[in-house]
Design a protein around this ligand. Structure first.
Ligand code: TRP
Ligand code: SF4
Length: 335
C-alpha cells in the first residue's frame, strides 16, 4: 500500500471562530480529511496562544470550543487526528533542537514577529521571546509528524518556508530524516471583513461568527459597508469595490451570483435586496454546522476532552518516535 501523505495544520485558540476561518481554511481541512490518500492531523496551537494570551481559563475554554468547531464543520475525529499542542511535550523538545539550527536574524525578519513586536512596544508591553521563536515551534509542529502538506493562509507562508529550510538543513547535516513540507494554499482564500477592511477577523466588529443566529447574521450584514459611491437606490454600483459582492463570490453561485453582479451594475437590485440574498446563503451554510454543534454539546462537557485524549495519544506516539530519532542523530539521546 502506498504511504499516505501526511497533512498537518493548526489553529491558534483565540476566541470564537468566524466565517473567515471557515471559508479561508477549515472547509478545506474537512475536504482533505475525507481524502483517502491523506492522513490528517489538525491541532489547536495552545502553546502558541501563550505568546499573546495569559488567562488560563480562557485558553482552556477556547480549546474545547475549537474541538467542537473542528468536528461540526465536518472533520471526523475517527479518521483525522484532532489534538492539543500541549498534549505532545516532545514538540517542545524538538523546538529546542531545531532552534539550535535557526539563525536569529531569520526570526527577527519574520513579518509576524515585527508586527507583534511593534504592537507590544507601542502598548508598553514586554516583547516575550516566545514571539521570536514562534516559527521554530511551528517548524517542530510540522516536522514532528513528518508532514508533507501544510494547508495555511498567506500570513503563515514565511513560517512554513522556515520549516522547509530547517528540514533541508537537518537532512544535510544529519542525513535524510524529514520530507520537505509543501505549502498547500490552493484553496485558501482571503475573506473580507464587514467593515470594508481587507480581512475578516481583524477586529471584533467585522466578523460573522460560526455561532451567529440567523437574526444576528441579517443584522450584521445589513449594517455592513458597501460600494461607498452607491448612495441612492437608483445609482448603479461597482461590485468590484464592494465587500458584500466579494462575500457573494465566496458564498453564492450560479444564476443568483450573476443576477447580483448584473443587477448591481444596472441598479436593478438595491443593496438591501443584495444583502438579503447574501444573508440567506450565509444562514444556509451556518445552520447545518450549528445543528451538528448542538448535537455535540449534548454529549456533555467531557466530550471534547475525550477527543483530545484520544488524538493526543495518537499524535504523541508518532511525534515522539521522530524526536527520539532526531536526538539520537544529533548526539543527545536519552541515556
Ligand atoms: N501559527 C498558525 C496560525 O496562527 C497556527 C499554527 C501553529 C500552525 N503551528 C502550526 C499552522 C503548524 C500550520 C502548521 O494560524
Ligand atoms: Fe454591493 Fe450588492 Fe450594493 Fe452592489 S448591490 S453595492 S454588490 S451591496
Amino acid at each position: 500500500m502506498k504511504k499516505k501523505e501526511v497533512v498537518l495544520s493548526g489553529i491558534r485558540a483565540t476566541g470564537k471562530l468566524h466565517l473567515g476561518n471557515y471559508l479561508g481554511a477549515m472547509k478545506f481541512f474537512a475536504q482533505l480529511s475525507q481524502d483517502d490518500s491523506k492522513e490528517c492531523f489538525f491541532f489547536i496551537a495552545n502553546l502558541h496562544t501563550l505568546t499573546t494570551k495569559t488567562d488560563p481559563d480562557d485558553i482552556k475554554r477556547d480549546l474545547k470550543e475549537i474541538v467542537l468547531d473542528y468536528i461540526s464543520i465536518g472533520i471526523d475525529p475517527s479518521i483525522a487526528t484532532i489534538f492539543a499542542q500541549s498534549s505532545v511535550p516532545e514538540t517542545c523538545e524538538l523546538t529546542w533542537l531545531l532552534g539550535c539550527l535557526t539563525p536569529v536574524a531569520d526570526l527577527e525578519r519574520m513579518p509576524h514577529f515585527k508586527d507583534k513586536k511593534d504592537k507590544k512596544e507601542a502598548l508598553g508591553e514586554i516583547v516575550n521571546s516566545g514571539l521570536l521563536t514562534y516559527p521554530v515551534l511551528m517548524a517542530a509542529d510540522i516536522l514532528g509528524p513528518r508532514a508533507n502538506l501544510v494547508p495555511v493562509g498567506e500570513d503563515q507562508h514565511p513560517h512554513v518556508e522556515l520549516a522547509r529550510e530547517l528540514a533541508r538543513r537537518f537532512n544535510t547535516i544529519y542525513g535524510e530524516t524529514f520530507p520537505i513540507p509543501e505549502l498547500l494554499s490552493g484553496e485558501a482564500v482571503r475573506v473580507p471583513g464587514l467593515d470594508g477592511s481587507g480581512k475578516m477577523g481583524k477586529s471584533d466588529y467585522n466578523t460573522i461568527d460560526l455561532s451567529d443566529s440567523p437574526e444576528t447574521v441579517i443584522k450584521k450584514i445589513s449594517k455592513a459597508v458597501t460600494d461607498p459611491a452607491r448612495q441612492r437606490r437608483n445609482d448603479p454600483g461597482d461590485p468590484s469595490v464592494c465587500n458584500i459582492y466579494a462575500l457573494h463570490m465566496l458564498i453564492s453561485s450560479g444564476q443568483e451570483l450573476a443576477q447580483v453582479l448584473e443587477g448591481c451594475r444596472t441598479a436593478d437590485i438595491g443593496c438591501m435586496n443584495c444583502k438579503e440574498i447574501l444573508s440567506k446563503n450565509i444562514v444556509n451554510i451556518l445552520s447545518p454546522i450549528q445543528q451538528k454543534r448542538a448535537e455535540l454539546v449534548d454529549k456533555g462537557l467531557d466530550f471534547p476532552l475525550e477527543i483530545l485524549n484520544d488524538g493526543g495519544e495518537r499524535a504523541r506516539k508518532i511525534i515522539a518516535e521522530t524526536v527520539e530519532e532526531v536526538k539520537d542523530k544529533m548526539g543527545v539521546p536519552m541515556y
